[in-house]
Ligand binder design. Structure first.
Ligand code: SER
Length: 316
């Protein structure tokens, strides 16, 4: 077992519940503190290790906890995602930025060894090359979520340069999981579709049939995140967030993949405001930089993910 003491802020979200479980396997349950603004712990976090009610905006409480527990690594996952952010832009900016800036300061002052902060494909915008989007390219996000993620990446890079803070980040594509639900994102359709395929046999998609987006199964995302955090510092040749990719598909293609298991499954399309967000994002991502720097490699493609999602959700 390693001696690190880890704090996960926003642990009750889609990534958090699975990340905490994986971190507890490597670091020991008692050495991973899950925290979230929700009073009631997510069922996957209940009675499986320490849980603290914590507001990501409350710097005083975060600092106290870090000092009291001797925290060496913090994962800051609390955020408003793209679709929710467009409904409340100022709030999205405040939550996404303030929580990060304040944590970066605390980390420098209290000498926290490592910080993880997630970025997103939302940093890219309609002027970015949309096929095989490179690590370094035109970056002009048009959603407040994307603006906050890109600004955050620049702040992470700045804190690394200026104060030597070891802060690491990934630009996640849409994440697909069965253990935990997404909330407020444009890529959420790719999770909802599996639930409704099983419960109703049909799905009305809020994106049009040929909208391609980069996607990843949660198992890959969690493994990639921990591999990034455990890679030697000299492999982090960029301190902007790493492009990470696994697959790219459209609503029509995921429906076809579901039909391999549920032949009568039916999909219809009713694009809403999220279509414009998706239309400004990459269709696929070039993640060769992460592959070269620290050995990233995905395992799940659409067919394998679909089989796993349907198998696990039907058991549930
Ligand atoms: N899944 C996110 C969203 O759709 C993208 O990072 O907002």
């Amino acid at each position: 077992m390693k001696k690190d003491k880890v704090l996960v802020i926003g642990a009750g979200g889609q990534i958090g519940v699975e990340l905490v479980a994986a971190l507890r396997v490597s670091y020991g349950a008692d050495n991973v503190i899950a925290s979230d603004i929700r009073e009631e712990a997510h069922p996957m976090l209940k009675d499986r290790g320490p849980y603290v009610v914590l507001d990501a905006m409350n710097g005083t409480a975060i600092r106290e906890l870090i000092v009291k527990e001797g925290i060496t690594q913090v994962y800051l996952l609390a955020a408003l995602l793209s679709a929710t952010g467009e409904k409340n832009p100022k709030m999205a900016w405040d939550i996404n930025m303030q929580s990060l800036l304040q944590l970066l300061d605390i980390a420098v002052q209290e000498k926290v060894a490592k910080i993880y902060w997630p970025s997103s494909i939302a940093v890219f915008g309609p002027t970015t090359p949309r096929d095989n989007t490179p690590q370094q390219t035109i970056v002009e996000p048009r959603t407040v979520y994307g603006v906050s993620k890109y600004a955050g990446e620049l702040w992470c890079q700045y804190y690394h340069q200026r104060w030597g803070l070891d802060v690491r980040s990934i630009r996640y594509p849409g994440l697909i999981s069965w253990k935990s639900a997404p909330g407020g994102g444009t890529t959420d359709y790719a999770v909802e579709i599996y639930h409704e395929a099983l419960s109703k046999g049909s799905y009305n998609c809020f994106l049009s049939e040929n909208t391609y987006l980069p996607m990843m199964y949660m198992d890959d995302a969690i493994r990639g995140t921990i591999e990034l955090m455990e890679a030697p510092a000299e492999k982090m040749l960029t301190r902007m967030a790493y492009n990470l990719s696994a697959m790219s598909f459209s609503p029509k293609e995921i429906a076809d993949a579901i039909r391999v298991h549920i032949p009568e499954f039916n999909i219809s399309y009713a694009p809403d405001f999220r279509q414009a967000i998706a239309d400004g994002w990459p269709k696929s991502i070039d993640d060769s930089t992460a592959r070269e720097h620290w050995g990233w490699k995905h395992e799940f493609d659409l067919a394998r993910m679909t089989a796993d999602m349907l198998k696990n959700l039907s058991k549930k």
